[in-house]
Design a protein around this ligand. Structure first.
Ligand SMILES: *[C@@H]1O[C@H](CO)[C@@H](O)[C@H](O)[C@H]1NC(C)=O
Ligand SMILES: *[C@@H]1O[C@H](CO)[C@@H](O)[C@H](O)[C@H]1NC(C)=O
Length: 498
């Protein structure tokens, strides 16, 4: 059993406290950039069929067009074309979010380096994975331009200076060593390793499927988790995304940006669902998804919660001990378990698919009811350890700050005609506020039945985002607002296990 039930932390901002604006160092262009560009263009212009045939003659003179399938599916190939990059690059660097483009290479019979073909054709992918000897990596640090192009190759049987690489004597994807590639990631992206307050960084496909985390144990053999698996996935994906915080964050790109995403449910009862994720705010990152819940699902949650609703508590910060929660929060709430509830179980899986963060990072859903004039003053959902020094239960729960609430998926269960907006009073970088009940500034999101918003309490680097301050504005006369908080942590928490 958990020692403390996490409830919303009440936020008060120290005016000089801003952990989010960590300065980024400027991207660097290596001296060898022009050589890399020349090689890249040369590789692109080389007709793939020519060296495919030549290479097959060298390594395999039997039925050389048949490569056995791998024991796991490969990700969809996302070439680093400018239109694809437009869906991931930002005009200003994003702390902890990086894009890396991966081009597989090998030495042709003439001793010249050639780019191997990448596509979604399975046989072509297997062929590339079997022939690759080195990679050209292009790093977009902070997911912004200009890129750093790494001329020195990672792994491979031969490197550009003619020395055998770490994978010497090995074939295909296994000739590139993930451990060696990691070193380049550290050097080029300025990554920091897992620490007492830092989760390990991780690598994802552009649609948020996790490939490997920095602290993952690499298994032997060629199954899931092996070097062969990691490198095959990285090569097949073409573009990969690295987050310093180790959890997937949808790149916001810009206000108003829309991204279509396929959601799955592993509970077996729902079909897949395609949704559009729209960026409402970059700082803090707030995303909106219409039609995430059906009307029947919304009604089911509110009806199930209704008998247990109670006026809400908050986790009191040191300075607030002795004060009543209704100083700030006048809504009712209750936590609901999804156990034996296929509808709720399904929505939890869908929420995991939407965030690309596993379900075991979630808390039980907290259902909320706000009647006329009821509200919740602006606060943060994360726990700042500095403000809980006299609360050992909270400090243990958050491991002094390594663990924290990462994202909130906020479900709107009813339409509200008047009031009841969710407010982000610091959206766009507005300064700290003195009156946390002020509903006149920042981003206001209108409740709409079935819509959800995602907002990130931690940024892509894992740092607490002070700008994620948010509140619930008072509900107008004759209206009732039903909603729910699905808090997603940056690590598995054990509240929900399956
Ligand atoms: C998303 O899908 C909708 C409906 O299929 C389509 O109309 C829209 O153009 C798509 N948007 C993007 C950004 O691909
Ligand atoms: C979702 O979109 C994918 C293609 O992007 C399509 O194959 C699938 O059928 C769609 N699913 C639904 C439920 O519309």
């Amino acid at each position: 059993m958990r020692s403390a039930r996490p409830v919303a932390g009440r936020g008060r901002i120290a005016p000089d406290c801003n952990s989010t604006e960590t300065p980024m160092s400027k991207t660097r262009i290596l001296p060898s950039i022009s050589a890399a560009v020349v090689a890249f263009v040369w590789g692109v212009l080389t007709p793939p069929s020519v060296y495919v045939l030549r290479r097959q003659d060298i390594i395999n003179n039997s039925s050389s067009t048949d490569y056995p399938p791998l024991p796991y599916p490969l990700p969809t190939y996302t070439p680093c074309t400018s239109s694809n990059l437009d869906n991931y690059l930002h005009t200003a660097p994003v702390n902890g979010l990086h894009i890396v483009c991966v081009s597989p290479l090998h030495l042709g019979a003439d001793g010249m380096e050639e780019q191997l073909p990448q596509s979604n054709d399975a046989q072509e992918q297997y062929a590339t994975i079997n022939k690759v000897e080195s990679l050209r990596l292009t790093f977009y640090k902070g997911s912004s331009s200009p890129p750093i192009i790494l001329q020195e190759k990672v792994g491979g049987r031969r490197t550009t200076n003619g020395v055998d690489g770490v994978g010497a004597g090995k074939k295909g994807a296994d000739s590139i060593d993930w451990q060696e590639m990691r070193v380049q990631f550290y050097a080029q992206l300025g990554l920091v390793p897992e620490g007492k307050l830092q989760q390990p960084w991780a690598v994802f496909t552009p649609t948020g499927e996790r490939i490997v985390g920095d602290s993952d144990l690499v298994t032997s053999g060629d199954g899931i988790g092996s070097n062969q698996y990691i490198m095959s996935n990285i090569i097949a994906s073409g573009m990969i995304i690295v987050t310093q915080g180790g959890n997937w964050v949808w790149p916001g790109v810009r206000e108003g940006f829309q991204r279509n995403v396929s959601l799955s449910s592993s509970s077996g009862t729902t079909k897949s669902l395609n949704v559009t994720i729209e960026t409402l705010s970059m700082k803090p990152l707030v995303l909106s998804i219409q039609g995430f819940l059906t009307d029947e699902e919304c009604d089911h949650i509110a009806e199930k919660a209704a008998p247990n609703m109670q006026y809400s508590g908050v986790t009191l910060k040191d300075n607030d001990i002795g004060k009543a929660a209704n100083n700030w929060r006048t809504s009712q709430s209750t936590f609901l378990s999804a156990k034996n509830d296929p509808i709720l179980t399904d929505i939890e899986h869908r929420t995991a698919s939407l965030t690309r963060v596993p379900r075991n990072h979630q808390e039980y859903v907290q259902v909320l009811r706000y009647g006329f004039t009821e509200k919740y003053d602006a606060h943060h959902d994360f726990f700042d350890p500095a403000q809980y020094q006299s609360d050992p239960n909270t400090l243990n729960l958050i491991e002094y700050g390594k663990k924290n609430r990462f994202a909130t998926v906020f479900w709107y269960l009813t339409d509200v005609e008047d009031g009841g907006h969710t407010i982000f009073p610091r959206a766009g970088g507005l300064p700290p506020m003195m009156n946390f009940a002020d509903c006149s500034r920042g981003l206001k999101v209108k409740p709409q039945k079935g819509k959800v918003i995602i907002f990130y309490s931690l940024d892509a680097s894992g740092a607490r985002d002070e700008l994620s301050l948010h509140g619930a504005c008072p509900v107008g006369e004759g209206n009732v607002k039903w909603a729910a908080n699905k808090w997603v942590w940056n690590a598995p928490m054990g509240y929900i296990t399956s």
